[in-house]
Design a protein around this ligand. Structure first.
Ligand code: ADP
Ligand code: MG
Ligand code: ZN
Length: 476
């Protein structure tokens, strides 16, 4: 039987406020354990929380950027559960008055635009961290306890691991553009819980879902969804049933396993936190936040398609990173072909960044230098192949591409007379290729172009060599 996978995501993102959600302690990553703590975030008896206004503004900013309606008057609720990294034995969250409701993000799947609806975005606080010692025993670090979080909950509109990845990339891009989170997944500032169910293709009701916790990279999300949907399909095919449960994703093993039965809202005995006042969002505040929104990835994407003639896919590859998009815009501002610049960015530059585990912000050369490289190729001064050598050099020791071309002797030979001599010499040396060509084997030309390129140390103009070889072969 054919099955359809259904996915809903709950994404937690740490907000990049200077201080914690309910006290003046610094938010930090990588500090010495338990130095950013106070009576409030350690839950000493009688300590009282005061809400961080910037965290509320950041959450609203995220909501507006994701097309949500903003709740003008809301409360905060206690979600009660015991865990050693949670000293209050409750987490302050929002149950039924989330700050933002009913938004969406559009993703591009193949050639189609697909809308993924967002159910809500609410604010809550992060817990501390448990450090399990290799030799046994566990230590607790409360530095993270009380860090402001937003939780973004989607409707079950996602239909594959690929769509989930595209959605997560969009969320990350938006949060980066609006500067409310650093989105460092390796530091846990963006993590998600993945809900998965399957149903026979064509069936309208959803199947029973499981929820996987502990997914903290896009790659893990993709693997976790693929693993879980396959597991559920196999279970059903063998006549079993799916139990609604919470599972833990183990990234090293590439498997999920049952953690606990599904908890319901009533299990947490939610109630409004009596120590906190109502959150009121007035017109002035809302307008101020609205007007602080920068151009968002979608608008930028549309501009790149409209103004620069990029494909939607290419535009998305670039605009998904604000840094990369800024680099692109600076490079094309001097008038070189946006398509060519885009191809270098999406192709070789992204590949090198990937190989070196670098971010777009770490590109060591200037956008103007990339523009110059593209110009040298467009003017026929160097070949595309030589361009790649120049790019490698730009990463190693950034300087003027023209200088690199001179130093490395990369200038392309476009002198017909000089190339013709090489062509004749190579064809004379390869009678078999001439025979192959006469027998209709076009591949002979490719072979001869390769040989002449080698003879010119890669500096022959390939289009010209191609043309000269064909002429010479036809004349024999
Ligand atoms: P809970 O609070 O119990 O986790 P929610 O209504 O908040 O329940 O839903 C949690 C997530 O589960 C949402 O992202 C939602 O889209 C997703 N979800 C709900 N039903 C399904 C389903 N049948 N298959 C996959 N995901 C689902
Ligand atoms: Mg849930
Ligand atoms: Zn504190």
């Amino acid at each position: 039987m054919n099955y359809e996978t259904v996915v809903g995501l709950e994404i937690h993102s740490e907000l990049s406020t200077v201080t914690k959600m309910y006290c003046g302690c610094a938010t930090s990553f990588g500090s010495e354990p338990n130095i950013h703590c106070c009576p409030v975030c350690l839950a000493m008896p009688g300590a009282l929380p005061v809400l961080n206004k910037t965290a509320v503004e950041f959450a609203i900013k995220a909501g507006l950027a994701m097309n949500c309606a903003i709740t003008r008057s809301g409360k905060q609720d206690r979600k009660n559960y015991f865990y050693p990294d949670l000293p209050k034995a409750y987490q302050i969250s929002q149950l039924d008055t989330p700050l933002c409701v009913g938004g969406y993000i559009d993703i591009t799947v193949g050639d189609e635009v697909k809308r993924i609806r967002i159910n809500r975005i609410h604010i809550e606080e992060d817990a501390g961290k448990l450090l399990h010692e290799a030799g046994g025993g566990t230590l607790v670090d409360f530095n993270r306890g009380g860090t402001p979080l937003i939780e973004i909950v989607t409707e079950p509109d996602i239909r594959s691991s690929e769509e989930a990845r595209l959605f997560l990339e969009s969320v990350k891009a938006i949060l980066e553009y609006i500067e409310v989170s650093d989105c460092k997944m390796e530091q846990g500032s963006l993590r998600c819980d993945v809900n998965v169910s399957v149903r026979p293709a064509g069936q309208t009701e959803f199947g029973t879902r499981t929820e996987m916790k502990n997914v903290n990279s896009f790659r893990s999300a993709v693997r976790a969804i693929d693993f879980e949907s396959k597991r559920q399909i196999e279970e059903l095919e063998y006549g079993g049933t799916i139990v609604q449960e919470t599972r833990k994703w183990n990234d090293d093993k590439g498997e999920s396993y049952p953690m606990r039965g599904k908890e319901e809202a009533q299990d947490y005995r939610y109630f409004p936190d009596p120590d906190l006042v109502q959150i009121v969002v007035d017109d002035e505040m809302l307008e101020r936040i609205k007007s602080s929104l920068p151009e968002l990835p979608d608008a930028r994407k549309a501009r790149y398609v409209g103004d620069y003639g990029l494909t939607r896919y290419d535009a998305e590859q670039i605009t998904n990173s604000r840094c990369l998009a800024d680099f692109f815009e600076k490079a094309v501002s001097g008038g070189v072909s946006p398509k060519a610049v885009g191809n270098w960015i999406i192709g070789d530059i992204s590949k090198i960044l990937n190989e070196k585990s670098m971010e777009a912000g770490d590109i060591p050369f200037l956008p103007e230098q990339l523009a110059k490289l593209v110009t040298l190729i467009e003017e026929g001064v160097i070949s595309n192949t030589a361009g790649k050598k120049v790019l490698d050099e730009l990463f190693e020791n950034p300087r003027d591409p023209e200088l690199i071309v001179k130093e490395k002797g990369l200038v392309q030979i476009s002198d017909e007379g000089a190339l013709k001599a090489v062509v004749v010499q190579i064809i004379d040396a390869n009678p078999q290729s001439v025979a192959d060509y006469k027998a209709g084997k076009e591949k002979a030309v490719t072979f001869l172009v390769g040989q002449t390129m080698r003879a010119t140390k890669g500096q022959g103009n390939p289009q010209m060599l191609n043309k000269l070889i064909k002429e010479e072969l036809d004349s024999r």
